[in-house]
Design a protein around this ligand. Structure first.
Ligand code: ATP
Ligand code: MG
Length: 257
């Protein structure tokens, strides 16, 4: 039980009459990399939002790092050790890149002149550039505010933030959907580094090649329900697609679709 990093029991979210997520029982071990796949509207982002407290769930339990949690929002989830890159990005539009990376965990330095610590802007800028370099994205001026950046640049800022800070769990919701070929390859390298370091990851992705290359296990969502839980080495793209489309249903999930 101790090596379970995240577990959800009957996690459910309804939006009015829409059953966006229904009874998700999910379990992941430390060091595991899991992909979540499924058609548009299958409930993948809803699942991520319930775990990170972006919204309040309809019912169900979330256990993280051995404790039951009910985060009031993504900042609280982050403080507890969950670093998430959301599909609709949670960046502060009016702040520049270093301010976004270090929001809530600013680097300070000793102030020789008085009792208060000073923000160490130079250290934050240097770490920001290092983080962005990992994603390979070119951002002409990191002092520009987020609102002046392209979708891909914004996505890389969010990924750089996730890659800069050591967390207990990283969640990426379609991290490479807006990225070019080179940037995608770099982000996949960030993911491989997480794996090599033993850091667990939930990757929401529509990219079959990427999923097959990177993760240990694939969870398929269909119409709000978890319909398959497959070991990557024991499955193939065709098999996964048949669960996504509903042509096939897993024995352990019989009747779920
Ligand atoms: N705030 C909301 N209010 C009402 N319905 C919502 C809301 N957010 C999502 N939904 C609905 O919940 C369902 C699941 O949406 P969700 O965003 O989780 O899908 P997804 O699997 O992430 O899809 P995609 O691959 O397109 O990102 C959809 O039917 C969607 O229309
Ligand atoms: Mg989504």
């Amino acid at each position: 039980m101790n090596d379970i990093v995240l577990k959800t029991i009957d996690l459910t979210k309804h939006y009015g009459g829409v059953q966006a997520l229904e009874g998700a029982n999910f379990e992941m071990r430390k060091g595991e990399h899991i992909a979540i796949m499924g058609d548009n509207g299958a409930g993948k982002s809803t699942f991520v939002r319930q775990i990170t407290g972006v919204e309040q769930r309809t019912r169900g339990t979330v256990m993280f790092d051995g404790q039951e949690v009910n985060f009031s929002g993504p900042l609280e989830a982050r403080e507890a050790g969950i670093e998430a890159v959301f599909q609709t990005l949670a960046l502060a539009d009016h702040l520049d890149v270093p301010d976004n990376l270090f929001l809530g965990r600013e680097i300070t330095k000793f102030n020789w002149l008085g009792p208060f610590r000073l923000l160490d802007y130079k250290a934050m800028r240097e770490e920001t550039i290092e983080g962005l370099n990992k994603t390979g994205v070119k951002i002409p001026n990191i002092r520009n505010t987020i609102e002046r950046m392209s979708g891909g640049q914004r996505q890389c800022v969010a990924i750089a933030r996730a890659a800069t800070f050591k967390s207990k769990l990283t969640i990426m919701d379609e991290p490479t959907a807006a990225l070019g070929v080179q940037e995608t390859a770099q982000v996949e390298n960030i993911i491989r580094t997480l794996k090599a370091d033993g850091d667990p990851l939930i990757l929401v992705s529509h990219n079959m090649r990427q999923v097959m290359d990177l993760v240990d296990r694939i969870i398929v969502f269909r119409r709000g329900r978890m319909v398959a839980d497959l070991r990557t080495e024991e499955t193939n793209g065709e098999d996964v697609v048949s669960y996504i489309t509903g042509a096939k249903t897993g024995a352990q999930f019989e009747g779920a679709a």
